[in-house]
Design a protein around this ligand. Structure first.
Ligand code: G3H
Ligand code: 13P
Ligand code: ZN
Length: 342
């Protein structure tokens, strides 16, 4: 199956009332882990690459690995998505490379740190929507600012400083025509999201529900959605790691989100934890080993287990064969027939 647009996957997810995990990758083993989990659970899937991932992998390598995934797993609808594009230029280069979906994160300035103005966000996102939709490519925008910093990307803070304003969300969607909308509800990127199991004071699910009521047809996106399970922390710490106690987003809160318009759920940290724990275990238990396959295989398997579990929990499992791919050309025609982008 060719790489497909994210809009098609999310429209189908909305029809079926389920969510789709969007998993970050930097290398072949992570792509293999996701594709094996997708095959095992019969799931459509979104694979995403950040700017950091693109530079780490020389993104052409990543692109060709994605083409290999599409060829080797023809039964799986597969999206290649740019995570947190920091500028119109970054989105443009992703589109030129062959990504079928891009995120224009205009909630921050191009430095990836400074919160932007509403007007800047609208203007940059609208520009990307115009550029992408003529090619049938999906656009995710963000309104409100997440907390935390990953690989230099992020405003820092707890995630509660710039929780999404529902009025702004409505205006942003109307003015930009985005296909999917990332909102800030108190989550942050990375392992250190919450210092206790989150409740409504720090994880604003009520805000998400309010936004969904105002924008019932918009596909909402939850970033910073790793659950940071204690079991994964424990493996790392048991084998010499030094993670401080921390809490992520409980899966039941994500499931509440899915019942209220969340269609895309971004997960990176849980997979990083699984990979690191598996590698540490091999290093600690078999210090004589030096063939990278001896630790990359268990690492890949550990990530596959996490991804397969999330696919079942988000409800995408079993939906890979529900639909035939719509070509990007047909998607472009669909956009052209509508007055405004979406
Ligand atoms: O946006 C956050 C993702 O976890 C990607 O992280 O920028 O370190 O690749 P990264
Ligand atoms: P986590 O750090 O919670 O996995 O979030 C990943 C993310 O939002 C990528 O955009
Ligand atoms: Zn994110």
């Amino acid at each position: 199956m060719p790489l497909v647009s994210m809009r098609q996957l999310l429209d189908e997810a909305a029809k079926g009332g389920y969510g789709v995990g969007a998993f970050n990758v930097n290398n072949m083993e992570q792509i293999q882990a996701i594709m094996e989990a997708a095959r095992e659970t019969k799931s459509p899937v979104i694979i995403q690459a950040s700017r950091g991932a693109r530079s780490y992998s020389q993104d052409k390598f990543l692109y060709h690995l994605m083409l290999a995934a599409a060829e080797l797993y023809p039964e799986i609808p597969l999206v290649m998505h740019l995570d947190h594009g920091n500028s119109v230029e970054t989105c443009k280069s992703a589109i030129e490379l062959g990504f079928t979906s891009v995120m224009m994160d205009g909630s921050l300035m191009p430095d990836g740190k400074t919160p932007s103005t509403f007007d800047y966000n609208v203007q940059a996102t609208r520009e990307v929507v115009e550029m992408a939709h003529v090619k049938g490519i999906t656009v995710e925008g963000e309104i409100g600012v997440l907390g935390g910093i990953e690989d230099g990307h992020g405003a820092g803070g707890s995630g509660l400083e710039h929780v999404t304003d529902p009025d702004q969300a409505v205006e942003f969607v109307a003015k930009t025509g985005v296909d999917a909308l990332a909102i800030a509800i108190g989550t942050s990127h990375g392992a250190y999201k919450f210092s206790r199991k989150p409740d409504g004071a720090v994880l604003k699910m009520d805000r998400l529900i309010e936004i969904h009521k105002r924008l019932p047809k918009v596909h909402l996106v939850m970033h910073g959605s790793s659950s940071v399970p204690k079991e994964l922390q424990d493996v790392i710490n048991q084998y010499g790691g030094k993670l401080k106690p921390t809490w992520g987003v409980p899966v039941e809160e994500i499931q509440l989100g899915i019942r209220n318009g969340v269609r895309k759920i971004n997960v990176d940290t849980d997979n990083r934890l699984a990979i690191t724990g598996a590698i540490r275990k091999v290093f600690a238990e078999s210090p004589e080993k030096f063939d990278p396959r001896d630790y990359l295989k268990p690492a890949r398997e550990a990530m596959k287990q996490v991804v397969a579990t999330r696919m079942k929990q988000f409800g995408q499992a079993g939906h890979a064969a529900d639909y035939q791919p719509v070509s990007l050309t047909a998607m472009a025609k669909m956009y052209a027939q509508k007055a405004v982008g979406a």
